[in-house]
Design a protein around this ligand. Structure first.
Ligand SMILES: Nc1ncnc2c1ncn2[C@@H]1O[C@H](COP(=O)(O)OP(=O)(O)O)[C@@H](O)[C@H]1O
Ligand SMILES: [Mg+2]
Length: 372
């Protein structure tokens, strides 16, 4: 199943370090980093005297769900949005998985898919042609605004950790982001009152993290990194070595990192597995309650939200176990649901996704003309 071979927090810290070392900013103020993922965002912080730190959120967690719920004047983030007010209770006021919508037009296939998958009222911006959400009768939000609110929340996390105001930020982006997507990230940051020192590619941040606290020789060492997130997958081949450079009259050895090749799949991620399992559980429920239901479980936004959350939980358990029991009280029309799910069943449901895992690695190897 989906395995994670990396920690995404340290790479960001490493890239912050690089920014400071290479003088992109004055070392007098704290600088933060944001790794804004499809499902989670991670905030890093570097400040003089406290070189590397992870900004913890209010739950003392290192990552926060990329989710926002807006009720009137109030905004809820992360687990507050998921547990307290949203998720199952206010799906229409809650926005998930926004990363894929950045810089995209309403007619784009990612936007079309989003309209089907989530409870929302997406409309077309008559001037820009981009996706805008009609939140209620009077309020509209662009994707940049919704992500901007989350960046502002990330800024608060960094400030709570730094105990001072933070303005400067490094944001990581996938290697495939085009000019519009990059601009949308910059716009969201500006709305959050942040100054972007740099947009850094994910694979560069990962490589910098790996190089930290490691020693290399003049003989180049190649590594493949594989990062499957919730919404996309990136593989990279990176060469690490020491090179000798002249510094005045003396020779000095400095580490060199070179990203030799990158491969990706823009739509392969953990979330796709969740959807397969959600559908599977929904069908299992319908089969169990045949003849008893007034409305199909697939037509209930609330029940589908509960099933998606349960699917993700079950998937993670099946990563480490051969089987497990899925159970939801009062899933739909006050009926409880319980069923056994095996890892083999999940693999069977996701065979085409599993087959795509090799793709980014094959691209990397063929680009670099290498074999494993
Ligand atoms: N133990 C696990 N087994 C299977 N999938 C997992 C496990 N832990 C996390 N995931 C999945 O990894 C994805 C989140 O990874 P992350 O890199 O934080 O995503 P992103 O940065 O895209 O938001 C989710 O789809 C989540 O369900
Ligand atoms: Mg990620």
């Amino acid at each position: 199943m989906v395995k994670h071979y990396h920690s995404r927090l340290l790479p960001l810290l490493a890239c912050l370090l690089a920014v400071l070392l290479y003088g992109a900013t004055t070392a007098s103020a704290a600088v933060m980093s944001i790794d804004y993922g499809t499902e989670w965002f991670k905030v890093g912080l570097i400040k003089p005297g406290v070189p590397l730190d992870v900004a913890l959120n209010r739950d003392s967690k290192r990552k926060t769900q990329s989710v926002i719920t807006i009720r009137g004047e109030e905004r809820f983030y992360g687990s507050d949005a998921v547990n307290l007010v949203s998720g199952t209770r206010y799906p229409q006021n809650t926005y998930y998985n926004l990363k894929n919508l950045l810089g995209r037009l309403y007619d784009d296939k990612h936007c079309q898919e989003y309209r089907h998958r989530f409870v929302n009222n997406m409309i077309k911006d008559s001037v820009r042609g981009t996706a805008v959400f009609q939140h209620n009768e009077t309020a509209f939000f662009t994707v940049e605004e919704l992500i901007g609110f989350q960046f502002a929340h990330a800024k608060e996390q960094a400030e709570a950790t730094a105990q001072e105001l933070v303005k400067d930020v490094v944001i990581t982006i996938p290697p495939y982001f085009n000019q519009f997507e990059r601009q949308a990230v910059l716009d969201a940051a500006e709305l959050a009152g942040l100054k972007v020192l740099s947009l850094m590619h994910d694979e560069t941040a990962v490589a910098l993290n790996y190089a930290m606290n490691r020693k290399f020789t003049t003989e180049p060492l190649n590594h493949i990194f594989f990062d499957m997130g919730a919404g996309s997958t990136v593989a990279s081949l990176v060469s690490f070595s020491n090179v000798v450079v002249k510094e005045g009259k003396r020779n000095k050895t400095v580490p060199q990192i070179e990203v030799l090749a990158v491969g990706y799949d823009r739509t392969l991620g953990g979330y796709e597995f969740d959807l397969r399992l959600q559908n599977y559980l929904g069908k299992a429920f319908e089969a169990q309650k045949k003849g008893q239901l007034k409305q199909s479980v697939f037509e209930s936004d609330k029940a589908m939200a509960k099933l998606l959350k349960e699917a993700s939980r079950v998937k993670q358990i099946l990563s480490a176990n051969q089987d497990t029991t899925s159970s939801i009280e009062g899933l739909h029309e006050e009926l409880d649901f319980k069923t056994k799910v095996t890892r083999a069943e999940l693999e069977n449901l996701s065979q085409d996704l599993l087959d795509r895992i090799r793709g980014p690695i094959d691209t990397v190897l063929s680009t670099a003309n290498k074999k494993v």
